[in-house]
Structure formats: structure tokens, C-alpha cells
Ligand binder design. Sequence first.
Ligand code: TYD
Length: 211
Amino acid sequence: MTKGLFITFEGMDGSGKTTQMHRLGARLRGLGRTVLETVEPGGPPIAMKIRRILLDAANQELSPSAELLLYFASRAQNVDEWIAPALDRGEIVLADRFTDSSLVYQGCGRGLGAEAVAALERIACRGLKPDLTLLVDIDAETSLARARARNTAEPHCETRMDEQSLEFHRKVHAAYHALAAREPERVKVVDGRAGIDAIERQVWSIVSAYV
Ligand code: TYD
């Protein structure tokens, strides 16, 4: 058991979870808490190198199994180098995506199955699960529209996952909802269409019970 608190943000691309995570981090620091913010794929420098392979739009041939293994390679590095030590020090860790993303995008979206994800989780995370997961919920159509608008505004931003079809995003969305239904104690859904300040209030009404 760790001493800290591990909170993850999940949601479709363009759901606004990254903004919410930064706002929560700032609020918790304002209350005097020590907070580590991390993003997946990514985190420490080695994991950021793996992130560049995963999100490079030139890597269209990346096979689904290689992709899954790389996400977990990045996660293993992040857990060992950053997340577990911070939790052992009693800090609050906020992660922009974690294993649930692999479950919904690779396990369900790519059809690799929940068992493959669970097997890799045992190796990479060794039982480390979030204490709380905030699922910022938007539908597949909104997600794709926001991702495309972002790609037009910033043509050089990372796009490989954004280029998936509407059908893929619908599968991911359904998988997130199935997860929230299966684990209602851990996974709390907030309405991603509510506006940034309103979502922040929803997030805080949930998180304040944990800190
Ligand atoms: P990112 O640019 O961080 O997207 P966003 O800010 O919208 O979350 O890219 C992360 C992409 O990686 C996103 O499309 C989801 C995907 N992903 C997976 O498919 N599996 C995973 O395990 C993780 C962590 C991310």
C-alpha cells in the first residue's frame, strides 16, 4: 500500500481533461499539498521518447500489439521512476491518462482484448491502481470534431490517434462507459460539455472528499 493519493483523468481526445488536471493541481498546491502531474504516454524523459514514437503521424504501420507494448513500456518507466516514488513519499499524483486508456483504446478500440491489457498491467504497474479516476465525458462526434479543429489550428501537433475513424472513437466511448458502470466506486463521470468552470466545480465536488 502507498501513502499518497493517485488520481487519473480519462476521456476522449479533446475532452478537456488536461486543462482540468492542471486546474486541480493548482488548487491542491494552493492548499499546501505536494502534487506530481504526469501525462501518458510520457512522464520521465525515457517515457517521453516512447511517446514520440507512439504519436508520430508518420508511424502508420505501427502494429496494434507493438503499440500496446509501447504504451506499457512508457507506463512502466513512469510508474517506476516517477509515480510510485511520489506516492511512497505521500504526495498526490495526477495522471493525464493511465491503464484505463490502454483498456479502452487498445483492448476495445483495436480489439486486442481486456486479458492482454490485464497481463501487461500486472508487469508494468504491479498492482498500482488509481484511487480515483475522473472520466471527462464527451461523445465520439464531439471528440473527432475537436481533434480535427486542433489539427487545423496546429498542423504540426501529434495526430496519429486523432486520425482514427468515427467508428473507432465510438467503440472507445462505449468502452469508457462500460468501465464506469463496472467500477462506479473508482470511476466518476463528469460532463465534458459543461464548460471549463462548471467541469472544474464538478471535479472538485468529487475530489474534495479524498483530500
Ligand atoms: P494526447 O496528445 O496526450 O491526447 P489527449 O491530450 O487528447 O489525451 O495523445 C494521447 C493519445 O494516445 C490519445 O489519442 C489516446 C492514446 N492512448 C492510447 O491509445 N492508449 C494509452 O494507453 C494511452 C495512455 C494513450
